[in-house]
Design a protein around this ligand. Structure first.
Ligand code: FMN
Length: 328
């Protein structure tokens, strides 16, 4: 177990390390999580933190209108985002970049895609260690594959991935999360927990900021090992991988059909978007519960496959919790 006190007593580097924290949020949820990470990271003066608050979220309504919500589906899946409007004044170079993202239709949200497209972002990311942090309902694996592929293509070094998901069971969040997104109401309903990531999880995100500060103080970001192992950074529910894979394939086809019919915002896309919605609802009430139930029944036979999925998606930070005690 790493002793946080011992690490802190090692002589810190003379020049403060520079960290860039990037992200944005519609409801404020992801911003709250990034704030919790930033607070201990910047404490003590060994690390200076700049924030790139992504614009682009305000282009989309919150709470969402019905058509606005459906209309971002094709471009989210095809990662075709409207460009960022502005870039804040930033340093030329950072020692570490923390990138917060949320998932839209099994893909990184459009403002995050716009960030990855921006030449200024690509320049800052190239060759740098990146800690990605996602807060979403609970289907993040496909989005992570897309985001990681983009980061690798840009030349960033993905050192850690932190995953925070909505607090309810999967089937409950199919009701509570869309209700939150479409009405703004996230309170508990019909015996189901409130929508979104729990307050305890959000508060607990401070442990990642503290661990990053301690790692930066002893130059560990320059190595290849994850900085956030042992802190319960990511826990995979392997049974969701199958639904995600099936969903991603269908989303790819549907998104191309909608885009063939019209451009973002055009009314003539609506009939196809409606058909897509019918497919989506049918898939959610049939394929997802059926696949979850079947996989539970066949769990002993699927153990090796589940282990493979866990190994792939819990990398690099892992689900171990052995260091949590020293960071609470
Ligand atoms: C258009 C849209 C599509 C979404 N699709 C997914 C999804 O495929 N998987 C998932 O886990 N969460 C999904 N979410 C939930 C978001 O990832 C996120 O939890 C929520 O929008 C709150 O983010 P915020 O911090 O920007 O308010 C979706 C949200 C929106 C608005």
């Amino acid at each position: 177990m790493i002793d946080a006190g011992a690490l802190a007593r090692q002589s810190p580097t003379a020049v403060p390390k520079r960290v860039l924290v990037v992200g944005g949020s519609q409801s404020g949820q992801l911003d709250r999580i990034l704030d919790r990470i930033v607070a201990p990271l910047g404490a003590g003066g060994a690390v200076s933190v700049d924030r790139w608050q992504l614009d682009g979220f305000e282009r989309f309504p919150f709470p969402w209108g019905f058509w606005a919500f459906l209309d971002v589906f094709p471009e989210s899946v095809q990662q075709d985002a409207p460009p960022l409007r502005s870039v804040p004044p930033l340093a030329d170079d950072y020692d570490l970049i923390v990138l917060g993202y949320q998932v839209w239709f099994l893909s990184p949200s459009l403002p995050v895609t716009a960030f990855l497209d921006h030449p200024a972002a690509q320049r800052l990311l190239a060759g740098k260690p990146v800690v990605a942090v996602v807060a979403c309902r609970n289907m993040w694996m496909g989005a992570w594959q897309k985001l990681r592929a983009r980061l690798v293509a840009i030349g960033a070094r993905v050192v850690d991935h932190v995953v925070l998901v909505d607090q309810g069971p999967t089937l409950a969040t199919f009701i509570t999360t869309p209700r939150w997104l479409l009405t703004g109401r996230r309170d508990p309903i019909w015996g189901m927990p409130a929508a979104g990531v729990s307050d305890a999880q959000i508060e607990g995100a401070a442990r990642f900021g503290e661990a990053l500060r301690l790692a930066l103080e002893v130059d560990r970001e320059q190595g290849s090992a994850p900085l956030l192992h042992g802190l319960g950074a990511v826990t995979v529910e392997p049974r969701l991988a199958l639904s995600e894979r099936a969903g991603a394939r269908a989303f790819g086809v549907w998104s191309q059909i909608v885009r063939a019919v019209g451009k973002a915002g055009q009314r003539r896309r609506r009939p196809v978007l409606l058909l897509f919605l019918i497919y989506l609802v049918l898939a959610i009430v049939t394929i997802v519960p059926l696949s979850l139930a079947l996989q539970s029944l066949l769990a002993p036979l699927l153990r090796k496959r589940f282990d493979r999925i866990r190994a792939e998606f819990e990398a690099p930070s892992g689900s171990g919790t052995e260091r949590i005690q020293s960071h609470v």
